[in-house]
Design a protein around this ligand. Structure first.
Ligand code: LLP
Length: 412
């Protein structure tokens, strides 16, 4: 059985009961299903044609073992920092399949990207273009770039994860696009070979992404009029997943629609999905430390906090909670709260659960933007990550020890 499934009152990942994994590695811990990651990747890969590229958005989950799994499938990568780039290279990624997004690339980041010879540095401002020109001249190396446009399209998802509005810091407007385009005509070391766009995350309607494609096609006209040889359009990531009741579009139909629009222009497609590849492939397991039943609310106090899973506190995000083993206690409505000394440390509200002290629960759909957003707040230690594939199990990140956490402050 692939992925997370229930058998005889127990929650499993692939063929393994999660309770056994918890016995071995304790809680809290993130558990991933390799088969789900592969399936999600293949939904994109099977719909693409030769020359198209999936650049998995590393920020969603950057564990090197997950990156290696994706390298094995032929994936490219979208990175947003020099260290994400280093992770990909270490995982064995082909630099020619890496795009580098982000508004604040440092001179070191750019130098590193040029030296690695990556597929594209996605330019997000005129200043950044100038910096790339200077560095490429100093290194005397050609550099492949895309321009990331800002199409001013609202997506209706949480305001913190909208990125394509004219009020957001990402991408360039049409005027800046033309300025960069004409400057690039006279800078032979810069090869403008792509145009990029990413309007936001957790998008539930593919037509919004298609709208951004219209803007990419307009930008394509402008750049080709300036004699730039554009090879690909990078449509970004953003395809949503079902956390609760959302009904997002699927990769296959999105890619079919994009292909229809661009094949005649002899262009390839680049996509930067993150959440839709790893999101549903991970859970966070936690233990019920105490039940605190009050006149106003029933609290289930658990051993995972907002520092381990930040999405509920930051975005009011919903993650389904499941009992890992059915116990025979009373069914009640609970607020699930963690150990962090903040009232925002609520991982789930109003959940009907049958739990008692010591029971295990799982927060579903946390494979993307779960572990990567965790912190050491309250001097809590980062939790381990475990990858399951069928009936095999591998620790892919150790639990942090107190000594690990204090190391950078010691012996100074
Ligand atoms: N490409 C670029 C340039 C991006 O900025 C992002 C995400 C992606 C691709 C991948 O988007 P995805 O396919 O995963 O939606 N922490 C937030 C999500 C922030 C996304 C930031 N950018 C959350 O937990 O919902």
């Amino acid at each position: 059985m692939e992925g997370f499934n229930e058998k005889e009152g127990q929650l499993y990942v692939d063929d393994l009961p999660i309770s056994e994994i918890a016995d071995k590695y304790s809680t809290p811990a993130f558990i991933y299903s390799a088969s789900l990651i592969r399936n999600n990747y293949n939904k994109y890969a099977n719909a693409l044609t030769e020359g198209d590229l999936i650049c998995y958005a590393v920020k969603a989950n950057s564990n090197i073992h997950i990156l290696k799994e994706l390298v094995g499938l032929g994936s490219g990568f979208d990175v947003v920092s020099g260290n994400e780039l280093k992770r990909c290279i270490k995982a064995g990624a082909d630099p020619k399949k890496i795009v580098f997004s982000g508004v604040a690339k440092s001179a070191e980041d750019i130098e590193q990207a040029i030296n690695e010879g990556i597929l594209s540095i996605n330019i997000e401002s005129e200043d950044e273009f100038d910096r790339i020109v200077n560095i490429s001249k100093a290194l005397d190396k050609e550099v492949q770039c895309s321009i990331r446009i800002n199409p001013d399209i609202p997506t209706g998802s949480h305001k913190y994860i909208e990125t394509g509005l004219k009020t957001s810091k990402f991408g360039v407007d049409t005027e800046t696009l033309s300025i960069i385009s004409s400057k690039a005509k006279t800078t032979p070391l810069i090869k403008l070979s792509g145009i990029a766009c990413h309007i936001g995350s957790q998008i539930s309607d593919n037509s919004l992404i298609m709208k951004s494609l219209e803007h990419l096609l307009e930008a394509h006209k402008l750049l080709t009029n300036d004699w730039h040889e554009i090879n690909f359009l990078d449509i970004g990531g953003g395809l949503g997943i079902t956390y609760k009741e959302e009904d997002p579009g699927d990769p296959e139909s999105l890619i079919a629609e994009i292909s229809n629009e661009i094949r005649a222009l002899n262009l390839n497609i680049v996509l930067e999905p993150g959440r839709s590849i790893t999101g549903k492939a991970g859970v966070l397991i936690a233990k019920v430390e105490y039940l605190k039943l009050t006149e106003y609310k029933n609290f289930a106090i658990i051993d995972a906090g907002m520092n381990d899973l930040m999405r509920p506190a930051l975005y009011d995000a919903w993650h389904t909670v499941k009992e890992i083993q059915k116990s025979d206690s009373d069914k009640r409505i609970y607020e699930l709260v963690g150990p962090v000394c903040e009232s925002a440390d609520v991982l789930a509200k109003d959940r009907e659960l049958v739990i008692s002290q010591g029971d295990l629960i799982a927060f579903m759909d946390v494979g993307a933007y779960g572990s990567v957003m965790s912190s050491n707040y309250n001097s809590r230690l980062k939790v381990p990550e475990i990858m399951v594939d069928g009936s095999s199990l591998k620790l892919i990140k150790k639990r942090e020890s107190f000594e690990d956490s204090i190391a950078l402050e010691s012996d100074l």
